[in-house]
Write a protein that binds this ligand. Structure first.
Ligand SMILES: *Cc1c(COP(=O)(O)O)cnc(C)c1O
Length: 344
């Protein structure tokens, strides 16, 4: 191994999934796999998750959902508003669709009726985030349209869902009240939703009272903790980024990874794990970075930018906090120039 490598652990992923399932139970896990499973690779991850009993997968958009569908027979959910052509493909592939606007609901129903199929939809109530979703004042019309289509046989209203801001407990509590009221209205209109889902990683982990029967979890299954959040019991980052020492100088050591590999140049000053302990990044250029020296440094040694197994164990979120972003972003920004190696 000469260049930078992102080593991804199947075993750690399985353990995280088990820990998340235990913590969430009886709420079911819907494993979120957007951005190519947070930059870690959908293909191996779907197989691994199916093997340990994950029954719901989330792809964000329909093309991602179709990639997941090619790998598993389990339920696959896509919630990004999409084109008529993609809706038709999703229906043919038995994808559950998240729907948050009247225009999209009409498109989904039309495509199902054209295909002579029945599509499972999850209606999204806007609980305050204003990021797609039926506003409460639009909800009655939405459920009337969906329930009528259900009676005609072209739709099953399988779920009600929303997304929390996670800005404060009080706002999330208020959002849950709007959510539960929307569910009650659907039930009063004759709907029988199979699943209710409101929470992502942080709220599902820390606020059990907000969980529905399903929880959409991405970050925590990959072991990515929240920025400025505490360590998570039983979870560990499933990826480790390493790079080789290329040249040893008295004042600085040059390491073979840089901005072209997707490292933000503003990571200057962040700490990484070297064989001599934690050292600061002095500078980042295109394909290399320089680090404070340590005793006994030699070319070919490997430093750990994030991930378990190194002294000090910096994680992706620690790097992210240094530049005011989230751990997901550090990992998903890594370019194909970083070799991915999936290990047991
Ligand atoms: C990304 C996403 C999630 C997962 O969020 P995490 O914090 O990574 O668990 C859940 N729901 C929606 C709608 C998302 O876009």
């Amino acid at each position: 191994m000469t260049g930078p490598v992102l080593e991804i652990s199947r075993g750690a992923f399985r353990r995280n999934i088990a820990a998340v399932q235990r913590r969430l139970s009886p709420s079911d896990l819907l494993l979120v796999m957007k951005d190519d499973a947070y930059g870690l690779g959908i293909d191996w991850a779907v197989r691994e998750a199916s093997a340990v009993g994950v029954t719901w997968f989330g792809g964000y958009d329909i093309p991602t959902a179709l990639r997941i569908r090619a790998l598993t027979e389990q339920r696959v959910y896509a919630w990004a508003t999409s084109s008529r052509g993609e809706i038709a493909q999703a229906i043919a592939a038995d994808i559950d669709l998240g729907v948050g606007s009247a225009a999209y609901l009409d498109d989904v129903i039309t495509e199902a009726e054209t295909a002579g199929a029945r599509v499972r939809v999850h209606l999204k109530i806007d609980t305050g985030l204003h990021r797609n979703g039926f506003r409460p004042e639009q909800w009655q019309d939405a459920i009337a349209t969906a329930v009528a289509a259900e009676r005609r046989g072209s739709v099953t209203v399988s779920g009600v869902w929303s997304h929390l801001s996670e800005a404060s407990d009080a706002e999330d509590d208020a959002a849950q009240r709007v959510f539960l009221d929307a569910v009650a209205q659907l039930v009063a209109a004759g709907g029988e939703p199979e699943v209710l889902h409101l929470t992502a990683s942080a709220a599902a982990w820390w606020r059990p009272e907000l969980r529905g029967s399903l929880s959409r979890i991405g970050a925590f299954c990959y072991g990515i903790r929240s920025a400025d959040g505490p360590a998570l019991e039983g979870l560990s980052l499933i990826a480790r980024l390493t790079a080789p020492v290329e040249q040893v100088g008295a004042d600085a050591i040059r390491v073979g990874i840089g901005a072209f590999h997707g490292l933000p140049s503003i990571l200057r000053g962040a700490q990484i794990a070297t064989p001599g302990g934690l050292r600061r990044i002095i500078d980042i250029s295109g394909s290399t970075l320089t680090v404070e020296p340590w005793a006994g440094a030699t070319a070919g040694q490997r430093v750990v930018l994030f991930g378990p197994g190194a002294a000090g164990e910096p994680d992706a979120t620690a790097l992210a906090e240094h530049v005011d972003t989230v751990g997901e972003e550090i990992i998903t920004r890594l370019t194909p120039a970083v070799r991915r190696l999936v290990v047991d």
